[in-house]
Design a protein around this ligand. Structure first.
Ligand code: HPA
Ligand code: ZN
Length: 326
């Protein structure tokens, strides 16, 4: 079979998807109408035309504005259900979904509204779509350690509905060690730990995510190539990187997709995976990330198999999830 067909048909796990980043302009307009909100854009086309970024911060400003139409439990359910139905078509068997509670609690939405809506969609996807889906609560790193602790406290009664915690938002100037104590607390709670590091930020942030936060995976991590000792460590310890090619292209992390370093990471023996990050904003879901980066950089069928294998190996899926896929 041709490589693009193989990429689309192969079973895969998605480990780096921000649910707020799967909010399509059409759903933004539908939710604004349902919730009686006025948008500063006249049409879906006008909103979409505002999606021109050239770094992480310019994207985040629009991403947080879009999320402001999410108010009720049903809104969060509809958002997650739409993503899961779309992921099923891309042959995703397992998804670990990031969400940003502080984006919503800052607007007066209760954290249980967020988590209950997302969790109900995940639970239904097991029977309705044959997908296992779990939730990873992300702390916003541009906010304080105190705000992260408050968020964890609010989430305490709902911890059975999340599998882990992560760290996202503006990377530069907000090193992982700012959240050392809150991650230590999450570790005591038995939660899995991940963090965005080395997307735009330096290799030093990847080191401190590993050594200070003690994370199990690195989200993005593409800047690791600038540090040979770090590359060796990531390879030897099989620490997964959740790479997002179209995100890196849209945020100008690489001059072009053809210059993406995914092949270099795989050649160095790193457990890289391919993911969509914020598909509604970056122009494609997971299969589009696979087909475009393979076409642009000339990766092989062997590397496709390796990426799919890595995604399952790096996942936090349990035995009940694995039984579901068989
Ligand atoms: N980086 C940091 N924060 C984010 C991202 C990202 O790629 N997407 C959504 N929040
Ligand atoms: Zn991300």
């Amino acid at each position: 079979a041709r490589l693009p067909e193989l990429l689309r048909a192969m079973p895969k796990a998605e480990l780096h998807i921000h649910i707020e980043g799967s909010l399509e302009p059409e759903l933004i307009f539908a939710l604004a109408q349902r919730n009686g909100l006025q948008l500063p854009y006249a049409s879906v086309a006008e909103l979409r035309s505002a999606y021109a970024f050239c770094n992480l911060q310019s994207f985040l400003d629009i991403y947080y504005a879009g999320a402001s139409v999410l108010r009720h439990e049903q809104d969060f359910y509809d958002l997650a259900h739409a993503y899961l139905a779309r992921a099923a078509r891309d042959r995703v068997l397992h998804a670990e979904i990031f969400f940003d509670p502080q984006t919503h609690t800052a607007r007066g939405v209760a954290i249980e509204t967020v988590i209950d809506g997302l969790h109900r969609a995940c639970a239904e996807a097991r029977t309705g779509l044959g997908i296992s889906a779990t939730l990873i609560l992300c702390f916003l790193r541009h906010l304080s350690e105190k705000a992260a602790f408050e968020t964890l406290e609010q989430a305490e009664p709902l911890l059975d509905k999340i599998v882990g915690v992560g760290l996202d938002s503006s990377e530069q100037g907000h090193p992982p060690e700012k959240f050392a104590r809150v991650f230590a607390r999450c570790r005591e709670r038995g939660l899995h730990l991940v963090a965005h590091a080395g997307e735009e930020g330096p290799p030093a942030y990847i080191w401190s995510a590993l050594d200070v936060l003690r994370v199990e995976r690195i989200d993005h991590g593409v800047q690791a190539v600038h540090d040979a000792a770090l590359m060796q460590r990531l390879a030897h310890q099989r620490i997964a990187l959740t790479v997002c090619p179209l995100s890196n292209q849209k945020l100008c992390v690489f001059p072009s997709l053809a210059q993406h370093n995914l092949g270099r990471l795989l050649d160095a023996g790193l457990a890289a995976t391919v993911n969509s990050d914020d598909p509604a904003y970056f122009g494609g879901y997971i299969n589009e990330n696979f087909t475009q980066v393979f076409a642009a950089t000339g990766l092989t069928a062997r590397q496709a198999y390796q990426l799919a294998f890595n995604s399952f190996e790096a996942s936090f899926a349990g035995n009940a999830d694995k039984r579901l896929w068989q």
